[in-house]
Design a protein around this ligand. Structure first.
Ligand SMILES: Nc1ncnc2c1ncn2[C@@H]1O[C@H](COP(=O)(O)OP(=O)(O)OP(=O)(O)O)[C@@H](O)[C@H]1O
Ligand SMILES: [Mg+2]
Ligand SMILES: [Mg+2]
Length: 496
């Protein structure tokens, strides 16, 4: 199809992703070097002859990486073949010490999967073409500018050999927003599997392929003929490292491609670079083709038989299933169930509390109070993972009527987060222990004695007087009295 023909027609965007996920293993994929960056580590220290690609060094496959890949495959409903093999992908780039990357080619560990995503009110199924294991290259640091303007570039091989899973989707996305939703869902699933750490820098890196096709060639169910997809010239945008970045880079690309086409210019099949700080994509190079890489079998790694791994390696209940079960088992509404299954940590914590106390009380505390206060402070549940027991004790104190809900929410929880202290300390320091009936009785007597006018008003039938007295008692108890009890005690004494 020529640009001439295209420029007259309404356009729809078509997007497919290659998502590189850094797998959480202790050691690198083909050697024993640690995958964990220590603070302020020296460049090129977490390395060995294997990940530096020195002559004669031989790779040994990390079983943990294969297990993680199998878990991802199961979660993505993918086929895991009898046998999987590794290939060399040959190219020269300074971050690649061997001048080839060990990756997978015609026998990847996962094929033909799918992942359901809720986009607005619609459930969409995004098909996964394949997912394969590979090694991460090193990292480049551009000095005095970005990739296209730097004065010089430094290379650090500490990251080289970190296990990656590259997940390749079919071109099933129709908008940048859908991509963002998918990535959030994918990250949620990976987080549940425990194979991925979203807080790690660069743990998710996305190449986004995007093209424009005439809108009338998209059928009602969203499908597009293979020939149309193959004919459309696409760009591949690299250097995307977040959901938001993906949405922004693709929105930019939609506008750029539409403008070019409408001005009668053809889209170049090329690789572009997302420049986050400038908010634009820039052309890097014409798109390389498969034959450029001269793929061939990695002779140093034997074929791996994985047919029985699928049975052998269990995966936990995934977010969708868990959300449905929460609704059913604990009677939660859809919104609470979604919130409470948003991460595995939140869900585990909720279940822990719900099993001991009332599920509704637990839902209010975890979904509304705790998550709300965390969100307000820009914190995550993982920031307090080691303190979940303290929060559980707080819920217990409320459930057992030891402190009032109001004090628990407004004073104890907030101070626990702001000052890092435990609930008992806050209660002690602020004198928040729920006053017992004797103490309240004392406050009631005091309030009656100190406010003869209000007492007279009460006896002459003025409605506001009782509320005033309740307020006085509450103040004396520093909010630790139960308003119902105060009300009742006041009436008893005043009506005597
Ligand atoms: N017309 C299209 N528009 C947008 N994306 C497309 C289109 N056709 C295919 N894609 C997407 O392009 C990607 C192809 O990735 P794949 O890794 O197979 O090939 P590649 O980009 O040529 O290789 P690599 O980047 O690994 O060198 C897939 O995510 C696929 O969904
Ligand atoms: Mg690609
Ligand atoms: Mg690829």
């Amino acid at each position: 199809m020529t640009a001439q023909a295209l420029e007259q027609r309404e356009l729809a965007s078509v997007i497919g992703l290659e998502v590189h996920v850094q797998l959480e293993t202790d050691t690198k994929i083909f050697c024993g070097c640690s995958t964990t960056a220590v603070d302020d580590e020296e460049p090129n220290t977490r390395t060995c002859p294997v990940c530096l690609g020195l002559p004669g060094a031989l790779p040994v496959l990390n079983e943990g990486a294969v297990e993680a890949a199998v878990k991802i495959g199961k979660a993505l409903n993918a086929d895991i073949p009898e046998e999987t093999t590794f290939h060399r992908k040959n190219y020269y780039y300074p971050d690649l010490p061997k001048n080839f990357q060990i990756t997978q080619y015609d026998a990847p560990i996962c094929q033909d999967g799918h992942l359901a995503v809720d986009i607005q009110d619609r459930r969409r199924v995004i098909n996964i073409r394949r997912a394969h294991l590979e090694e991460d290259p090193g990292s480049l640091q551009h000095k005095g500018g970005s990739i296209d303007t730097a004065d010089y570039t430094l290379v650090n091989y500490n990251r080289a050999g970190t296990p990656l899973m590259e997940i390749v989707t079919e071109p099933d996305f129709r908008s940048p927003k859908e991509v963002r939703n998918f990535l959030a869902k994918l990250e949620e699933v990976l987080d549940y599997l425990g194979v991925f750490d979203s807080t790690r820098d660069g743990s998710l890196r996305i190449d986004a392929n995007i093209s424009m096709v005439p809108s009338d060639e998209v059928s009602d169910d969203g499908s597009i003929a293979v020939e149309t997809l193959e004919e459309a010239n696409r760009t591949e945008v690299k250097n995307i490292s977040s959901h938001k970045g993906a949405e922004k880079a693709l929105a930019y690309e939609v506008t750029r491609q539409k403008n070019a086409i409408q001005r009668g210019r053809a889209i170049e099949q090329e690789t572009r670079h997302w420049d986050e700080s400038r908010g634009i994509t820039v052309s890097m190079r014409s798109k390389e083709e498969e034959k450029d890489y001269r793929y061939f079998r990695e002779a140093d790694l034997p074929a791996l038989q994985v047919s029985d791994w699928k049975q052998k390696i269990p995966i936990p209940e995934l977010p969708d299933a868990r959300r449905d079960r929460f609704s059913e088992e604990y009677g939660l509404d859809e919104e609470s169930a979604s919130k409470l299954t948003s991460t595995k940590e939140v869900a585990d914590f909720y279940e822990d509390v719900a099993e001991e106390y009332d599920p509704d009380l637990a839902a209010t505390w975890v979904a509304d109070n705790l998550l709300g206060e965390l969100n307000y402070r820009d914190m995550e549940i993982t920031d307090v993972s080691d303190r979940l027991d303290e929060f559980k004790r707080l819920v217990a104190l409320v459930a057992d009527d030891e402190i009032t809900t109001k004090n628990a929410e407004e004073i104890v929880l907030r101070r626990m987060l702001d000052d890092g202290v435990d609930p008992e300390t806050v209660i002690d320091e602020e004198g928040l222990g729920k006053a017992d009936d004797d103490a309240i009785g004392g406050f009631v007597d005091e309030a009656i004695e100190e406010n003869p006018d209000a007492v007279d008003d009460y006896h002459s039938g003025e409605g506001g007087a009782l509320n005033f007295l309740v307020g006085q008692v509450m103040q004396k108890s520093k909010g630790s009295a139960d308003p119902g009890t105060v009300n009742q005690l006041l009436r008893e004494r005043l009506d005597d």
